[in-house]
Write a protein that binds this ligand. Structure first.
Ligand SMILES: Nc1nc2c(ncn2[C@@H]2O[C@@H]3COP(=O)(O)O[C@H]4[C@@H](O)[C@H](n5cnc6c(=O)[nH]c(N)nc65)O[C@@H]4COP(=O)(O)O[C@H]3[C@H]2O)c(=O)[nH]1
Length: 739
């Protein structure tokens, strides 16, 4: 790039500054000072010369008068001429006149102009005029005056430092190289230039910044390299642009211009600071503050800004705008099973797919209007899209469907092919005329509803949804205090040997009893507990309560009973589960073999970390059971790798046995798998004698379900259990009557 032409180095017509006025006054004073001493000296010298001439004339006249009195009158003129020719009057013109004024004698000298004459009367008559040239003394005086005036003028115009005492001057002289070294050490480029804009001097940083040796910079106009939009002599600091190398490349700079007082004429200094790195750092900071580092999409902060602008535009144009909230379905499973790196890569690919799906004006089959989209990642697996310039809410639905289609294609993450689906919540402005934060909340609520409807769904926001969300918020608030208010209870559901019907254990199930309300089952609140993290203290409470109860029953004379406690994925991920379990065992006195932890399949797939954790739990002597087996990401290799003791056939597979061949096949396959891996297999949700018979015939070990007992309060369970024990001890017949 060729630098712009240098602006004319003119200074605007200006009134004299105080400094300039001071300088002029100084000059007058200097001139006066310079003039006065030579004038005084000259006057005095002139007078002295005059007196000396008068005295010489008087002495010569006396000499000539004596001569005239001593010689005869006829000889006197010749003697007079002889005397005048003597060296006394050398250089001076002397003329002697007789008493009648006739010229008697005259010397031969002819003094240069200007001359001065002195007359003396000859004793006895006649007169003498002595004339001498004043050129010599005058020339000397003029020379003296000039040199004095010159010296004074120079003194006046020299910088104050130069007018210091000689010692200080010596020090200043010595400081000059040090000053140069100092300037050379500056990282900023410094260029010195005159009113004409031509560079007089520069430090090596300037030459480095401009990418040229100093020789190629000196004598050249500064404007060749630096954009001087504000003028070359406008003192101040501005951000500008400079040009480096040849051919030149522009770079941003900070330009500071200062006036440098200098004898004779002012100089200017331009200090150049390269802003390339600073600007880069600023851009990086801005990037960090506004964009998600993983996907490069706008983050929540930038998204909020864009949403505000989009609302304003929609308000002006009257064209609806849709806000979509996307959440990937079962993303946690990917994270848990394939690890966070895989999860990250999946999110990156989803971001790219969203961008690709929305690119182009025919996104919703329209080319008449220029639509614009903002895709952002709010965090985790949550994405938002602002779609502007819609015709109606239908457009938003078509966009959502397009996104779903785009995401349905399998994503390759490492060696794994993953199929993701997404739940989408939509709210449309101005149908929903809420402020930005509420719009976001409404889209989020709609997304929640979409998830509840069974994933991979699209749901629009509605007033009813809002009410539902309000209820959830209220639930959350109430759950936060449920533990301290003692509102949680445990329900106990027995498990029995499928053959003998002997009680083999019990599963504890959480219940929430709010004052004045019916008992709530986990489907009402467990998800909220998990999402809010409240599952951590509540989960610990369940463990403690269950262990304490079993020990209390044992102390009350009942046999040991293996108790199964459900765990949430969050309890595995967060906190130190092994420590919690061992503390609970220790404080309660429950033998570890009497505790069974029920996990879901997806929890097994949390990679190495979960594997280690489960091994440590197993090392404590605790039993591990896989709940709802067959519903998740069943993987035989996981079963082998973890020290699992029990498989539980999910009740959804038990429900339609023995009538549904598919369920029969799954149930028998799980049993066969458990047998071959030497695991205990428990069927849950057994409600009918036929189901029990079918499971028994196929080799199931234990069963659990309403056929045996519904979940009971601790007191009811104890009573039921005692009765069962009684029956078992005295009346085997009773069991035999079980179908
Ligand atoms: N239709 C039918 N249902 C039967 C039958 N027998 C038992 N059930 C129900 O099946 C569920 C069995 O528990 P789950 O599969 O571990 O599933 C549990 C478990 O995953 C979770 N949960 C319960 N308590 C806790 C807890 O303390 N911590 C955690 N993290 N989760 C819990 O909540 C889920 C639901 O618990 P509940 O509502 O108590 O529902 C229980 C139980 O009441 C039957 O014959 N027919």
């Amino acid at each position: 790039m060729t630098p712009p032409p240098a602006p004319p180095a003119t200074t605007p017509p200006k009134r004299r500054t105080p400094a300039a006025r001071q300088r002029v006054a100084g000059l007058w004073a200097a001139a006066l000072l310079a003039l006065l001493p030579p004038a005084v000296l000259g006057g005095l010298g002139w007078r002295l010369l005059d007196q000396e001439l008068d005295a010489s004339a008087a002495a010569l006249a006396a000499d000539l008068a004596r001569l005239r009195s001593e010689v005869p009158a006829a000889d006197w003129p010749a003697l007079a001429r002889q005397r005048l020719a003597g060296d006394d009057v050398a250089g001076r013109l002397a003329s002697v006149a007789d008493t009648d004024g006739a010229l008697v004698a005259t010397s031969t000298a002819s003094p240069d102009w200007p001359t001065r004459s002195a007359a003396a009367a000859l004793h006895g008559g006649g007169a003498l005029v002595l004339t001498r040239s004043m050129r010599g003394p005058l020339a000397l005086g003029a020379l003296l005056w000039l040199s004095a005036a010159g010296a004074l003028l120079l003194w006046r115009r020299a910088p104050p430092a130069d007018r210091t005492a000689s010692g200080a001057a010596t020090r200043a002289d010595a400081a000059v190289p040090a000053l140069r070294t100092l300037i050379e050490s500056f990282h900023d480029g410094i260029l010195l230039y005159g009113d004409d804009g031509l560079v007089r001097d520069c430090n090596s940083a300037a030459s480095r910044l401009l990418g040229l040796p100093a020789e190629q910079i000196l004598g050249q106009p500064l404007a060749r390299w630096v954009d001087l939009a504000h003028g070359a002599t406008t003192v101040g600091k501005v951000e500008s642009q400079a040009h480096r190398g040849s051919p030149t490349r522009p770079f941003p700079c900070e330009l500071a211009i200062a006036r440098v007082p200098h004898p004779g004429h002012d100089l200017w200094s331009a200090t150049l600071r390269d802003l390339t790195e600073r600007n880069l750092a600023e851009r990086q900071l801005q990037q960090l503050a506004n964009f998600d580092p993983l996907t490069g999409l706008p983050n929540r902060a930038l998204f909020r800004d864009r949403l505000r602008l989009a609302i304003a535009r929609a308000g002006r144009s009257g064209q609806p705008m849709a806000l979509m909230f996307l959440d990937l379905d079962r993303f946690k499973n990917v994270n848990d099973s394939l690890g966070h790196d895989a999860g990250d890569r999946l999110l990156q690919q989803v971001a790219a797919r969203l961008g690709a799906a929305l690119r182009g004006s025919d996104t919703v089959g329209r080319s008449d209007l220029e639509q614009s989209f903002t895709v952002a990642r709010l965090g985790g697996d949550e994405f938002t899209i602002v779609a502007e310039s819609l015709r109606s809410a239908d457009d938003a639905l078509r966009i959502a469907e397009r996104i779903q289609q785009a995401l349905q294609q399998p994503v390759l993450v490492g060696k794994h092919e993953i199929v993701v689906s997404t739940s989408i919540g939509i709210t449309v402005y101005p149908d929903d005329p809420s402020p930005p934060d509420d719009l976001l909340r409404h889209a989020d609520q709609a997304m929640y509803r979409a998830k509840e409807l069974g994933r991979d769904q699209v749901q629009f926001y509605s007033v009813e949804l809002n009410e539902q969300a309000q209820r959830r918020l209220q639930l959350e608030g109430e759950l936060r205090h449920a533990l301290e208010r003692g509102e949680f209870e445990l329900a106990w559901q027995p498990k029995a040997d499928i053959q003998s019907g002997h009680i083999s254990g019990a599963e504890v199930l959480l219940r929430w009893q709010r004052a004045g309300q019916s008992v709530a089952t986990p489907d009402v609140f467990i998800r909220v507990l998990e999402e809010t993290g409240l599952i951590m203290p509540v989960g610990r409470w369940v463990l403690e309560q269950a262990a304490r109860q079993i020990v209390a029953w044992r102390r009350a004379g009942l046999p040991w009973l293996r108790v199964a406690v459900n765990l949430s994925a969050r309890q595995l991920r967060q906190g130190d589960l092994v420590r919690t379990v061992s503390e609970v065992l220790e404080t309660s006195g429950l033998p570890s073999a009497q505790l069974e932890l029920e996990l879901t399949e997806s929890m097994l797939m949390g990679g190495e970390q979960h594997q280690r954790l489960l091994h440590r739990l197993s090392a404590l002597g605790v039993q591990l059971a896989i709940d709802d087996f067959g519903t998740g990401w069943s993987s035989l290799s996981y079963l082998k790798r973890f020290n699992v003791d029990t498989l539980k056939i999910d009740r959804s597979f038990v429900r339609d046995t023995p009538h549904d061949p598919e369920d029969n096949a799954i149930a028998t396959a799980v049993i066969a798998l458990a047998r071959s891996l030497k695991l205990r297999v428990v069927a849950e949700g057994v409600e009918t004698p036929e189901q029990r018979r079918f499971l028994l015939d196929n080799g199931c070990d234990e069963f659990q379900g309403w056929l045996l007992s519904r979940p009971l309060s601790a007191r009811a369970f104890e009573a039921w259990w005692r009765q069962q024990l009684l029956l078992a001890s005295g009346a085997e017949v009773e069991h035999a009557t079980l179908p």
